[in-house]
Ligand binder design. Structure first.
Ligand code: APR
Ligand code: MG
Length: 196
């Protein structure tokens, strides 16, 4: 279930009342540790197992009562991640793009925000107390950014999961654009065939 056509934010905002907006965010923080003393973790990047069995980013539908896209996103983050998400705010400057779909009439906005390691760990520690835990959110996961010696374990295997909407493409674009991965790791991933 890949994402649809990309649209500029101004175009998305001008699309009228027949369209629903959904906002999701990639939250990340540096993590200098090594797995098995060898594989650099580089960053903790959060995704979640959703109620539909797919991986996605925290966030959701913007409601009429929300004053802005970002008000809706930050409300959803508190519902899905818990009160530790109140320690920061995802802003318009963190907007990375909008796409049509995956449903008709849906505009899916994507944001990325760098947290401190302490903020991210607080989100993880409190996630099981969030309102939506066990309902819309079945658990937070960190994305493995390394590739193990077999060339598959780690990020390549993670990318073979099922993702909601444009989440897989959004993840890969963010890893590249935010330089969370080395360029040679990006090149390696691009040599692998994406799932149908
Ligand atoms: N890229 C593109 N679209 C996405 C992404 C993404 N990364 N993540 C989710 N979507 C789409 C989903 O397909 C959904 O249609 O955005 C819409 C809203 O996102 P959710 O996070 O699923 O919505 P949320 O408000 O958190 O609550 C789930 O969805 O299906 C309904 O009734 C269900 O009330 C429930 C709600
Ligand atoms: Mg959601």
């Amino acid at each position: 279930m890949a994402g649809g056509r990309k649209v500029e934010l101004a175009e998305a905002l001008a699309m009228g009342p027949g369209w629903r907006h959904a906002c999701h965010a990639l939250l990340y923080a540096p993590d200098p540790r090594l797995l098995f003393g060898r594989f650099p973790l580089r960053y903790a990047v959060l995704m979640q197992m959703r109620f539909d069995g797919r991986l996605g980013f925290p966030g959701g539908f913007v409601e009429a009562r929300d004053g802005s896209l970002e008000d809706g996103l930050n409300r959803e983050l508190r519902e899905e991640l818990g009160e530790a998400a109140a320690a920061f705010r995802v802003e318009r400057a963190d907007h990375r793009g909008a796409r049509l779909g995956p449903r008709p009439g849906l505009l899916a906005h994507f944001y990325a925000k760098r947290l401190t390691p302490e903020q991210l760990r607080a989100v993880e520690a409190g996630a099981a107390r969030a309102r939506d835990h066990g309902l819309e959110v079945l658990g937070l996961v960190r994305v493995p950014l390394y590739t193990l010696q077999d060339g598959v374990g780690g990020l390549p295997a993670f990318l073979e999961n099922s993702f909601i909407g444009a989440a897989r493409e959004q993840l890969l674009e963010a890893l590249e654009d935010l330089e969370l991965l080395e360029p040679d790791a990006i090149s390696y991933l691009k040599t692998r065939t994406p799932p149908q």
